[in-house]
Design a protein around this ligand. Structure first.
Ligand code: AMP
Length: 207
């Protein structure tokens, strides 16, 4: 039996497919052009599952997928009870997790109101700073929270900084560097060792 590989929809998928192709793993249809979410591969008997980023660790932890490709942000947010190994930094999807707030506005004293979809990362970060915060969980478009007076700051992914700038915000503190990682189910690491090893060493050569 081949490997089941879970990939993020969107930008990771686009950047990741050429890396897998270089290792001989190609879906039988272009996932970018199809509404299907499970693909067979042209050779090797593998399967590729295309899923939302936050669900990749869940599929891998539960053994539905042997391998997952997802951002370090998703892995950190998923938390410490990780039922998988993080084996490889694919060197793509590079960006930063940062705090940001309105340009030229100092953070208010007292309890800081921070909006993010990365609530675990945010909580950890401010705990390490011994700073008391009120967390506001959003699912996206965090940038508008300070503009609307919902929050004093946000925690979000920053690449070029254009999204922040377009919304009157500026990056403040760097929480951590993010890039795309390969994760492997703990049991698959034993039961499919040769296949996992061959994919990992193939990827190491192309990244
Ligand atoms: P930018 O305007 O270039 O700073 O991009 C910031 C926005 O793009 C963020 O709100 C993220 O949602 C998204 N983004 C940028 N890079 C990545 C990445 N490597 N992984 C996931 N999301 C990203």
């Amino acid at each position: 039996m081949g490997l089941v590989i879970a990939l993020n929809k969107g930008r990771i998928l686009k950047e990741c497919l050429p890396l897998l192709a270089a290792c001989g793993i190609e879906p039988d249809e272009d996932p970018g052009d199809s509404r299907k979410l499970i693909f067979n591969t042209r050779t090797g008997g593998h399967r590729i599952i295309v899923t939302r980023s936050a669900d990749v660790p869940t599929y891998v932890e539960n053994g539905v997928a042997d391998i997952g490709v997802t951002g370090k942000d998703t892995i950190l947010e998923y938390g410490e009870a990780m039922g998988f190994y993080e084996l490889l930094d694919l060197g793509i999807g590079k960006c930063r997790m940062m705090t940001a707030g309105p340009v030229g506005v100092a953070e208010p004293p007292g309890v800081l109101r921070v909006a993010s979809k990365f609530v675990n990362i945010t909580r950890d970060y401010y705990q390490r700073q011994s700073r008391q915060v009120a967390l506001i969980k959003l699912s996206g478009a965090m940038e508008i929270a300070p503009l609307l007076g919902l929050a004093d700051s946000i925690v979000d992914i920053v690449d070029t900084g254009n999204t922040l700038k377009a919304n009157g915000l500026e990056a403040r503190e760097n929480i951590c560097e993010i890039s795309t990682r390969l994760i492997v189910n703990r049991a698959s690491m034993k039961t499919k060792f040769d296949q996992v090893q061959s994919l990992v060493s193939g990827l190491k050569e192309v990244v």
